[in-house]
Design a protein around this ligand. Structure first.
Ligand code: GLY
Length: 381
């Protein structure tokens, strides 16, 4: 079935869900204007504005830009601009910036610039791209992910699959200033992730520890936020799924689309086996059962982009999987009541802690997926 036909069959649900998003978010946009929300406490958004280097801090403003683009409602724009103003504090301590500048700034200042032409926002986004590029280790041939948390940690050789979502800021910078160094380093990262993070069956290693001096030498892999070494943290799989199709969109290199499809097939097979509600880890013991709605929302975004970019006869597999997952999660896990500030429930930070709670990026990616289904041409990444 064609892409358009599947969308037409689901049009009523897509529009209904978009209207629910707009109804609820137009209220919280005003109510939480001066906050950087992460989760909710007793139904009310918390506020992370005192921690300006938090990796999730761009999602609230990013969500506001998505809704502004879709509706033209100035209240969304005001909250997005306020969010960026609060986040500017992160630049007071630049050595604390880490690889997540893409998550934090590209969907915030980067979206601001792309939607309004604001040149101050453009400069901030360029600065973040330069900061990410400066994390490239020329000896080991990878972009370092996290900073060390204390003087006893050594994370200099670490990469995490999540960074596939940070490298789009490098593709953007490359085009923006006509300097292909940014794109080339992004592609080196994607090639490394294809080789060292993605396993032959489409599952992924969350953390890879590299030899810092010798390219292509993996010292070990770590379980990270999943169940353990060798398991498959579903959000990591979703970051890979969406991240590789984004690398394809920005480079047109088929190997990235092929990798996105391989990861997608693994994700979809697992999500379908649990009734389209994705587990927190696809290779954890059967009991206890832990879910992660954020993985489903991120994966849905990637699946829709794969469907848009693959040959006609394959589109159905990816688009229908995205819609099945979004519809099932909407019914089971979305809270549309205005007494609760968050929307998508049942997100999980990591295996063993912070499980089954609303997390801001769950709402962000759920909304991004619905807007894609409505036909938005704005790609924030
Ligand atoms: N990037 C960290 C996470 O997905 O939790």
């Amino acid at each position: 079935m064609s892409y358009e036909k599947i969308i037409a069959q689901n049009r009523e649900w897509i529009e209904e869900t978009f209207n629910k998003l707009d109804k609820k978010l137009s209220v919280t946009a005003v109510k939480s204007r001066d906050k950087i929300p992460y989760t909710t406490k007793d139904g009310v958004h918390d506020d992370r504005s005192k921690n300006p280097d938090g990796w999730t801090n761009g999602f609230w403003g990013g969500l506001m830009w998505l809704m502004y683009e879709a509706t033209g409602n100035e209240e969304y724009k005001k909250t997005a601009q306020r969010s960026e103003e609060i986040e500017d504090k992160a630049f007071e301590n630049v050595e604390k910036l880490h690889h997540d500048v893409g998550f934090m700034w590209h969907i915030l200042a980067g979206a601001n610039y792309r939607l309004t032409g604001n040149t101050e926002a453009r400069n901030k986004n360029l600065f973040c791209a330069m900061s990410l590029m400066s994390r490239y280790n020329v000896e080991g041939d990878y972009i370092r992910s996290w900073n060390s948390w204390s003087k006893d940690d050594n994370t200099t050789g670490w990469t995490i699959i999540d960074c596939m979502m940070n490298i789009p800021i490098l593709y953007w910078a490359s085009n923006e200033i006509g300097d292909t160094r940014f794109k080339k380093i992004a592609m080196r990262y994607a090639d490394m992730a294809m080789r060292d993070h993605v396993r032959p069956d489409g599952s992924v290693n969350h953390i890879v520890v590299h030899d810092t001096e010798n390219p292509g030498v993996v010292i070990e892999t770590l379980g990270g936020q999943g169940y353990g070494v060798g398991s498959c943290w579903s959000r990591g799989d979703a970051w890979a799924l969406y991240g590789f199709v984004l690398s394809y969109i920005h480079t047109k290199e088929e190997r990235y689309l092929d990798t996105a499809k391989k990861v997608a097939q693994y994700f979809v097979m697992n999500a379908e086996s649990t009734g389209w509600l994705p587990l927190l880890d696809f290779r954890a013991p059967e009991e206890p059962v832990y879910y992660d709605s954020t993985a489903g929302a991120i994966a849905a975004c990637g699946l829709i982009e794969i469907a848009k970019n693959c040959p006609e006869h394959e589109k159905n597999i990816y688009l229908s999987a995205a819609i099945n997952m979004l519809k099932t999660m909407e019914k089971a896990w979305c809270n549309w009541s205005e007494t609760e500030d968050s929307i998508l429930q049942m997100g999980s930070e990591r295996y063993g802690s912070g499980m089954h709670m609303p997390i801001i990026y769950g709402d962000y990616f759920f909304a991004e997926a619905i807007l894609k289904l409505r036909g938005s041409k704005f790609l924030p990444w």
